[in-house]
Design a protein around this ligand. Structure first.
Ligand code: FAD
Ligand code: FES
Ligand code: FES
Length: 1321
């Protein structure tokens, strides 16, 4: 009995009936703009919504957070979907979660914010008084690229009832001494959380659930049929009828396959509310779990079972629970089912290795009857005899309780500790039989090392009968390494790391069991030395604790003066309510088209032919733009080298734009793009690495060089000389909003409007005008806000905007182009990988007298900003040190990768790391502490940079000293050493690095800025300027400037966005100076206005702005003024190597402490202290936000963010599931940020300093802390030679550097004997 019906569900109190939504498309066609789309694969959390259902049997409503991008619309029948719009808005009432995240400064670009809010909101619906662990767990699946998470946690903590100490004793005493501020928001003004105010569950859905007969629902579409059985019989019937149809439960496995691999299912069966799949039964001997239970439900049930059973029976459940805590994020765990997890048999499944060793049984059912199959290796390998039959359903899984002498453990290591698929995971079980240590049963299985979970069956069999001792361990390791083999070219790479983990996990299990045996029978079991127990302890954990210190506002200022106040981001509330409009949120324009690019799949090849016929014949396809259409306008000069927009003759990297399909809808455009057939013929040479570029002499001209003193002479007098090198990997911008644009032809006078997410509207205007052969005055570029940019939304954005505009102009219709995350990562390039070579001449006391360096950057296939990046790298390379004799040369290599470009820090994070690595090595050679060598070489007071610009380093030294004090460096260093001497397998490291970050653009013209300020007759003010709001809060600061200058409240001032129509010829927004330069222009405009109005104001000092504006109007005084700043005086001559390229220096220092697990390579940041000299902060909340956001991004750069490329130059890491940016689990457990007292020295906007980029470099304090910890491990193992570590210091590099008997034990492949999966870039 079944029926078909139109699909409807509730979305925030409005009933939505979706017609023709019959394919498995996602929730987004509903077009509620608050729910953001960051990746489309469940990995970022930007699309989080709350799903509520009513269960008529238990009469309860359940709520869970889910990733809308993976929810099939058809699965929502009978559910209420609450999106961000449903919980509060500025038009009605904002919700306390929205208010607090905004007022605690938890939003910057705001693109991740609705997802964050929905995760917290859903948690509070379920647990109005959550613990901190629940709060951070709820946010584990939400990524933020801007904030560094601390302010989001602060917002969460306001819901946490237990008061915690926010201040350490040190900062507490400081606050009493210096009247400093420790908080950036006041909790007193927050709305209380009142659960009675929440939206009610739609009664109609409740009645429907109670009354409606349970019948199978069928939604039929043109291409696909969705069948939702509601009884077991109907499910079996459907599966019998459509044996090939997948049984979609959470859709977290089927969904990504359909999306990324193009798998198509004409029929989908999705059971709904079938009781027989959703139960748990705990009997005397076993726990049976329904296959339909979500992983969250499984987690909860296991927690309960563990509470209620004796410990010895629960060892398997404990192991499963441990893995469930880190498996994916909470949204995925809420959606994914146990059955789906088991049946998918992913190679990196966390649960299957455990279940496979646990003698578990799968209960299967089909129309033909019941069957039981063991969950063993045969099942996992899909052996036909052991697998489900196509018509069978997995009903439940039976997990036996552990027995008295049985021990079970699970291990995993991933690139990131949480929400990251394991590199290797493992399940292990041993059974001894009463009282003994002789192995009776042993099962070991691994994930991540083969096409599915692999069991070491033979090894286990051979070990039966052996006692549990070191000899057994040794034999076991060798047997397992023999059985679980990985070829050198295994997919996923990291082969030696994986092999090492295989045995390291075994060793951990050995120790763990040994320890329990000792506890059970201290007399018989030898146990292990205290020192080795550290192998078993978890990495440091603790509650997040942070303190912020900045000087209170000077009381001289007027009461309403907002300068220096921690004012919330202007769009903060709108970010949190989802009302902030980003490019793709703009409503569809009449007859709008969608554009999708076809990109090259070869790194260096001739295009032999392009066949468009099939693509053009598809429904909805309007046109395909190729190079032929662009004849004469297919190139644009970017900086000094012209760059082609589309390629049709030759491609020089994967991801180059070949043509662009324009269709009526996004789906049609994307489908057609896949049907364009391009035939290539590979060309030689293929240059990927810097070494290959050097070999082929493949460089962008010219080479850059900086020289100071006499290096060659100095080398003759030094005590020692060392030579070394370091590789630094690239970095993806990973802005949360992907490249987005909408081009609208106005239909009159060839006018065209370009709405685009860019940092450089003027450039977009130029390139579009040139491509359309129009004067610039016909092309207007508008940017309301950008969902993160970090340097990545300039030149490539321009190329894509030009092609989109060409299509729009050609067809006289609006065209939208929004990149998918994978396309974005493939096409746009990122931070330049670097190779730094150094030769240092130094004295016994650590003074470096001579330094000869070479920087090589991997620039990619076209010039982009590569030369500027190496120039800035050179000018900033000495960081905080005075090297009296210095020579540094730099080359940008031309390779077959998408061109790399600007990314926060612009060359400095790489150049600075090379210098710091050299210093660390000098310290090691001298037998001195690195901080001593840093201090001895640091700039002191007045000095000169290598390009002969004067520098006053007083504040640098102050930052350094304060950082040393604040972090209690000496005390903690001693504590770290003590910890290291007591722990063999865990090590701690501590490092402090100074920062001198020069700010300036190197030329006066590049620093000019303009603004336009209007006063209206009602006294309200509208301000515009050339800067782009991309999360850094520039618009907020500009309003603060107007407020101070015109002495009017902030509420009186408005800012609508940036446009080439209001402020022409703007410079790029970047380089830490956006607020600085535009603020001076805004100030100038305000002062012009004030000067004009002064006579009027002085005539009526008690008047209002309305009175003054009217009076000015009556006297024909203009109420509109432009403001201008011509740029800081700056110059740099590369011929002489001298100049004054920078206006000022930002100083700082950071100290980080880390703990590493020598057996797995995992690390945890225990504590970071940052001290920064920000001059006089205009807005300490925004400035601290920039510092910590950049710090966390830097931490990512130097530790976990790793791009992988194939030997053919194809990027593998194309989304959050492969490329790991820091998540909430990565932030320091303790974070202290302190701003130096205001200093008036610089002649910038109100003596403030730009902070957008500098903090990123401080992330390298983590790199050197890990370096320190690894060094301690190596020294203990007798390895005293120089330690060479490249960046990023991933778990793989950490583990492999902590050499031990296991790293020696593993087989090594001869280089050249295999084709590796990836090439190190
Ligand atoms: C962003 C993200 C992060 C992830 N991180 C992790 C991680 O850290 N660790 C980890 O182990 N996994 C991880 N996963 C994988 C995740 O655990 C699985 O995708 C999930 O468990 C599959 O369950 P599902 O209900 O969504 O399956 P679905 O996609 O609904 O179905 C998967 C398959 O199972 C079959 N199936 C489902 N139920 C039954 C049944 N009752 N009987 C017969 N066949 C059935 C379907 O036919 C289908 O072929 C992650 C996934 C995503 C998207
Ligand atoms: S867009 Fe859904 S998780 Fe990223
Ligand atoms: S504020 Fe979180 S991604 Fe920008």
């Amino acid at each position: 009995e079944s029926y078909s019906l139109p699909l409807w569900f509730y979305s925030y109190s409005r009933k939505r009936i979706l017609e023709n939504t019959l394919s498995l498309t996602m929730l987004f066609p509903v077009r509620l703009t608050g729910t953001k789309y960051g990746c489309g694969t469940g990995g970022c959390g930007a699309c989080t919504v709350m799903i509520s259902r009513y269960n008529p049997t238990i009469k309860r409503i359940s709520h869970h957070a889910a990733n809308a991008c993976l929810i099939p619309i058809c699965s929502l029948y009978g559910a209420a979907v609450t999106t961000i719009e449903g919980i509060g808005s500025t038009k009605t009432r904002i919700h306390p979660v929205q208010e607090r995240i905004a007022k605690c400064h938890g939003t910057q670009c705001g693109f991740c914010t609705p997802g964050m809010v929905m995760s917290i909101y859903t948690l509070l619906r379920n647990h109005p008084e959550p613990s901190l662990e629940q709060l951070t767990d709820a946010l584990g699946g939400n990524l933020c690229r801007c904030t560094g998470y601390r302010p989001i946690i602060d917002a969460c903590k306001t819901f946490w009832l237990v008061t915690i100490c926010l201040m350490t004793p040190v900062t507490l005493s400081l606050s009493l001494l210096f009247k400093i501020s420790l908080k950036l928001f006041s909790e007193e003004e927050f709305l209380p959380l009142d659960p009675t105010q929440e939206l009610i569950f739609p009664p109609e859905l409740m009645i429907m659930a109670e009354k409606q007969p349970q019948r199978t629902r069928i939604f039929g579409g043109d291409r696909m049929t969705w069948i939702s059985p509601t009884t077991l019989t109907a499910l079996l019937e459907a599966k019998f009828k459509y044996p090939q149809a997948p049984v979609v439960m959470g859709n977290t496995s089927v969904g990504p396959e359909m999306k990324l691999k193009g798998v198509f299912h004409p029929v989908i069966i999705s059971p709904d509310g079938i009781e027989e799949l959703n139960f748990a039964n705990c009997s005397h001997n076993e726990l049976t779990l329904g296959a339909g239970l979500s992983l969250t439900q499984v987690k909860y049930i296991l927690g309960e079972v563990i509470q209620n059973l004796p410990e010895e029976k629960t060892r398997m459940y404990r192991a499963l629970l441990k893995h469930l805590r880190t498996l994916a994020g909470s949204q995925i765990r809420n959606m994914a089912s146990l059955g789906g997890h088991i049946v998918s048999r992913h190679l990196d499944s966390d649960l299957n290795p455990l279940l496979a060793v646990g003698n578990c049984t799968l209960n299967l059912l089909s129309k033909k009857g019941k069957r039981q199959v063991p969950l063993n290796e045969e099942f996992l390998r899909r052996c036909p005899s052991a697998d489900l039959k196509p018509e069978e359903i997995l009903i439940s899984v039976k997990i036996p309780h552990s027995r008295k002498w049985e021990f079970v453990s699970g291990f995993r290591q991933a690139q990131r500790q949480q929400n990251a698929l394991a590199v290797v995971n493992s399940g292990m079980r041993v059974f001894f039989g009463e009282g003994g240590d002789i192995i009776r049963e042993l099962s070991i299985s691994y994930g991540g090392v083969g096409p599915t979970t692999v069991c070491a069956k033979n090894s286990c069999r051979k070990l039966i009968g052996r006692p549990w001792n070191e000899e057994m361990l040794d034999v076991a390791c060798r047997l397992v390494l023999d059985e679980v083999t990985l070829p050198g070219s295994a997919p996923g790479g990291r082969v030696e790391f994986k092999r090492t983990l295989i045995v390291s996990f075994l060793f951990k299990f050995y120790l763990e069991v040994l320890q329990i045996l000792k506890r059970m029978d201290p007399v018989r079991s030898p146990g292990l030395a205290d020192k080795y127990e550290s192998a078993l302890e978890d990495l440091h954990s603790g509650h997040h604790c942070s303190t912020l210190k900045y000087e209170n506002v000077d009381s001289k200022n007027l009461p309403q003066d907002p300068i220096g106040q921690p004012i919330m981001h202007l769009s903060g509330i709108k970010h949190a309510t989802g009302e902030a409009i980003y490019c793709d949120d703009m409503p569809t324009v009449d007859r709008e088209l969608f554009l999708s690019f076809v990109t090259s799949s070869r790194a260096h090849a001739k295009i032999v032919s392009i066949d468009l016929s099939e693509a053009l014949s598809l429904p909805g396809v309007v046109d395909i733009v190729t190079e032929e259409h662009l004849r004469g306008v297919n190139s644009f000069c970017i900086l000094s080298e012209p760059e082609k927009l589309l390629r049709t003759e030759e491609v020089s990297c994967v991801g180059q734009l070949v043509c662009a399909v324009i269709a009526e809808s996004e789906v049609q455009a994307k489908q057609a793009a896949k049907r364009v057939k391009v035939v290539y013929q590979d060309l030689q040479p293929l240059i990927l690495t810097i070494e290959e570029a050097i070999q082929h002499n493949s460089f962008f001209e010219p080479e850059r060089k900086l020289e100071y003193g006499n290096v060659d002479e100095a080398f003759k007098v030094v005590d020692h000389i060392l030579e070394g090198e370091i590789h630094i990997g690239g970095q993806e911008h990973f802005y949360m909003e992907t490249q987005s644009m909408l081009v609208v032809p106005k239909g009159e006078d060839q006018e065209i409007d370009v709405y685009v997410s860019t940092q450089f509207p003027k450039y977009i205007q130029d390139i579009v005008a040139s491509t359309l052969k129009l004067p610039a005055n016909k092309v207007m570029c508008h940017v309301k806000r950008v969902g993160g940019a970090f340097g990545g939304k300039t030149y490539k954005t321009g190329i894509m905007a030009a092609i989109t505009a060409f299509a729009a102009n050609k067809h006289g219709r609006a065209v939208r182009c929004i990149l998918e995350r994978g396309e974005d990562m493939l096409i746009t390039g990122g931070r330049h990988p670097y190779l730094g070579k150094y030769k240092a001449g130094f004295m016994n006391d650590g003074r470096i007298l001579a330094l000869d360096m070479q920087h090589y950057s991997n620039g990619g296939a076209s010039l982009d900003e590569s030369l500027l990046v190496i120039e800035m790298g050179l000018l900033k390379m000495e960081n905080a040190y005075k090297f009296p004799n210095l020579r540094c040369r730099a080359w940008a290599c031309r390779t077959n990768f998408p061109s790399n470009t600007a990314l926060r820090g612009f060359g400095f994070p790489q150049a600075g790391l090379i210098t710091e690595s050299c210093i660390t090595e000098v310290a090691a050679r001298c037998g001195l502490a690195p901080e001593k060598v840093r201090m001895i070489n640091m700039y002191k007071e007045i000095d000169q940079t290598p390009y002969k610009q004067e520098i006053n380093a007083k504040n640098l030294i102050q930052c350094w000293k304060e950082c040393m004090d604040m972090s209690s460096y000496s005390l903690r260093k001693a504590a770290v050493e003590k910890f290291n001497s007591e722990n063999y397998w865990k090590k701690k490291g501590l490092a402090v690095v100074p920062l001198k970050f020069p700010v300036g653009l190197g030329s006066v013209a590049a620093g000019q800025a303009a603004a336009l300020v209007h006063i209206y007759l009602d006294g309200s003010v509208l301000v515009t300027h050339g800067g782009i709001e991309m999360g850094q809060g520039v618009h907020t600061k500009m309003i603060q400037v107007v407020s101070r200058e015109l002495r009017m409240p902030i509420s009186n001032i408005h800012l609508r966005g940036t446009s080439t129509e209001t402020v022409p010829n703007t410079n790029i927004s970047g380089g830490s100076v956006v607020a600085d330069l535009n603020g001076l222009a805004v100030k100038d405009a305000c002062q012009t206005l004030l000067k004009r109005l002064e006579p009027i104001i002085s005539k009526n000092p008690q008047g209002t702005w309305k009175d003054w504006a009217q009076a000015a109007f009556d006297e024909s005084i203009s109420l509109s003024a432009t403001g201008y700043f011509r740029g800081y005086e700056s110059n740099m001559s590369w011929e002489t190597g001298e100049g004054h390229p920078f206006e000022y220096f930002v100083y700082g220092a950071a100290c980080s402490e880390v703990e590493i697990d020598c057996l797995t390579g995992a690390h945890k940041n225990i504590r970071t202290d940052v001290v920064m000299d920000v001059g006089c902060s205009i807005n300490p909340a925004l400035d601290i936000g920039q510092i910590e956001g950049a710090f966390i991004q830097g931490m990512g750069l130097y530790t976990i963010e790793e791009l992988h490329y194939s030997p053919q130059g194809v990027l593998y890491t194309r989304g959050p599931n492969q490329y790991k940016i820091p998540a909430i689990c990565d932030i320091p457990t303790e974070l202290h940020i302190s701003l130096l007292p205001p200093s008036q020295s610089s002649n910038t906007l109100y003596s403030s300093k730009g902070l957008g980029e500098s903090g990123i470099f401080l992330g390298c304090s983590m790199f050197f802390a890990i370096h320190d910890a690894v060094n301690a491990a190596r020294q203990e193992r007798g390895l005293f030679g120089p330690l060479k570590l490249n960046s990023p210091l991933t778990p793989e590099k950490i583990r492999m550097a902590c050499e031990d008997k296991f790293t020696k034990m593993i087989p090594k492949d001869k280089p050249g004997s295999y084709v590796p999966w990836n090439v190190p870039i």
